[in-house]
Ligand binder design. Structure first.
Ligand code: BEZ
Ligand code: FE
Length: 285
């Protein structure tokens, strides 16, 4: 087609995509083109604005490396990550809700026995965390792998400290025969997501704060159940209603009770969704 106009260009691009052999790729790219064009028409995108957008995305790419994923941060702050999590984790009533994974998980965290202190030198008030992992029918889930990671009193994860050669406030535990788990750590504190890149510039330009309410990350994996990636949030936190990445669920907010000796106690139970044929197939591939 020659003489493509602003009125027929969307159709022209979509026709060009019609030969895409992978049907899912065809569906996704076609829809992306339709929505991108509709967006440009709706805001009557100027050439200057188009170029600023290109420069912004270029800066997002330049800021990203194997330790820093600015594109994920962009997706998080635009609510795309949480939307994708919510659409793909529509679990039955009674299951623990999922939330965003975040960029601070690392492979190879140390393994700990039940009751161990995973702080490993992280700063913060002492805290005991315990609970049980159950299935939807109430059955204890024995031998589940529980991976935990969190920020310290300064609101930083171990991986954010230059030159730190050991893991702090993260670890892998297993549930006992009754599904129980227990570990010691430090109290999680609210922290700002990284703002020294283009996503930070966008937050400032849109007058948004970068804070996440205090939380503890959990990833729970057990045979016969769907993997659960979630957080437990601290009740009373100032940022519960304005999380920079939209990850808060009321069911994930818990009391971290101050004890007589000044330490904290968090008790929280998790309920896993049984794996279905769909999830078995997904994890097998
Ligand atoms: C986190 O909770 O670790 C996190 C999630 C999204 C963006 C930044 C941090
Ligand atoms: Fe976090």
């Amino acid at each position: 087609m020659r003489n493509v106009t602003q009125d027929n260009i969307t159709q022209a691009v979509i026709e060009r995509l019609a030969q895409t052999p992978d049907p899912r790729l065809r569906e996704v790219v076609t829809s992306l083109v339709q929505h991108l064009h509709a967006f440009a028409r709706e805001v009557r995108l100027t050439e200057d604005e188009w170029f600023k957008g290109i420069q912004f995305l270029t800066a997002v790419g330049h800021k990203s490396d194997d330790k820093r994923q600015e594109f994920i941060l962009l997706s998080d702050t635009l609510g795309l990550s949480m939307l994708t999590v919510a659409m793909n984790n529509d679990k039955p009533q009674g299951c623990t809700e999922a939330t965003v994974f975040g960029p601070f998980h690392v492979e190879g965290a140390p393994r700990y026995e039940k009751g161990a202190d995973i702080a490993n030198g992280a700063s913060g008030e002492p805290c005991l965390v315990r609970g049980r992992v159950r299935g939807l029918g109430g059955e204890p889930v024995a031998g589940a792998t529980i991976e935990v990671w969190q920020a310290d009193a300064k609101g930083k994860y171990d991986v954010q400290y230059e030159g730190l050669d050991h893991h702090r406030a993260r670890g892998v535990l297993r549930t006992g025969p009754d599904g129980s788990f227990e570990f010691r750590t430090v109290l999680a504190e609210a922290y700002p997501i990284p703002t020294d890149g283009p996503v930070g510039d966008l937050l400032r330009a849109t007058r948004r704060h970068p804070w996440r309410p205090a939380h503890l990350h959990f990833m729970i994996v057990a045979d016969g159940y769907e993997r659960l990636v979630t957080h437990v949030f601290r009740s009373g936190d100032d940022y519960l209603d304005s999380d920079a990445v939209f990850g808060v669920r009321e069911s994930l907010v818990a009391d971290w009770k101050r004890q007589a000796d000044g330490s904290y106690l968090l008790e929280y139970d998790f309920v896993l969704n049984p794996a279905t044929a769909r999830t078995n197939k997904e994890t097998a591939s």
